[in-house]
Write a protein that binds this ligand. Structure first.
Ligand SMILES: O=C(O)c1cc(=O)[nH]c(=O)n1[C@@H]1O[C@H](COP(=O)(O)O)[C@@H](O)[C@H]1O
Length: 224
């Protein structure tokens, strides 16, 4: 992939998403549409955005019993996003069925441990390991289940890549040096994420909330 930067268009407004994507399109390798966008605009919104000609990363983070996740993915047929997310914590059977249900050209990537969580958060939901251990455990599970890759933070991607040299690694929680961290807890810079083995970076607010999103995307892309 020539440009590893995917911009997260986290807005429910189709016009806003379209305008943002048009502004940054020459500096990004693709666009990520998430729950906010999909809840508001559904399939037709995704189709509208696909008309811009950039790869679409549909981030629905599916997490349910295997049958429900597989059927949900089948119901997306026709959209054929380049990348689709599910939660690794759904377990091996769910991951296998998700991959089997997805179109051949869609990379199914499993979210390991959200970048908004730290060790204390994991403990509070009953996970004994720290984020690093949890990410590696779920990376092995995802690899063995036959999906295409995982989502993890830049702090774990080097170790995860070592476990799975052929995996596809999506890294969110990326901030330019000194950038506003917000609700993210495991954060690295764009350059550090790429150096550590990220296949693609997902960056939202540092671009979408910038005074000049085009310039922000260009500057970030220039550091990769
Ligand atoms: O799957 C994701 O993309 C994702 C996983 C994760 O662990 N952390 C995470 O922030 N994301 C997404 O990455 C984007 C990050 O946005 P910013 O924090 O604004 O750069 C959001 O769209 C999140 O939904």
């Amino acid at each position: 992939m020539s440009n590893r930067l995917f911009v997260a268009l986290d807005t429910p407004e189709l016009d806003k998403a379209r305008a943002l994507a048009s502004k940054v399109r020459h500096h990004v390798g693709g666009i990520k549409l998430g729950l906010e966008f999909f809840m508001a605009n559904g399939r037709s919104g995704v189709r509208d955005m696909a008309e811009l000609g950039l790869p679409i990363f549909l981030d629905l983070k599916l997490h349910d019993i295997p049958n429900t996740v597989a059927k949900a993915i089948m119901a997306l047929r026709g959209l054929d996003p380049a990348i689709l997310t599910v939660h690794a914590a759904g377990g091996r059977a769910m991951l296998e069925d998700a991959k089997a249900a997805a179109p051949l050209g869609t990379k199914v990537v499993a979210v390991t441990t959200l970048t908004s969580l730290d060790g204390a958060d994991l403990k509070s939901i009953g996970c004994s390991g720290d984020p690093h251990e949890q990410v590696l455990r779920l990376t092995e599970l995802a690899r063995d289940a036959g999906v295409d890759g995982v989502v993890c933070s830049g702090e774990e991607v080097a170790a995860a890549h070592k476990l799975w040299p052929k995996g596809f690694f999506v890294v969110p929680g990326v901030r330019p040096a000194g950038g506003v961290v917000g609700d993210q807890k495991r954060v690295v810079t764009p350059r550090a994420a790429v150096n550590a083995g990220a296949s693609i970076l997902v960056i939202g607010r540092p671009i979408t909330q910038a005074e000049d999103p085009d310039l922000a995307a260009r500057e970030i892309a220039g550091t990769l």
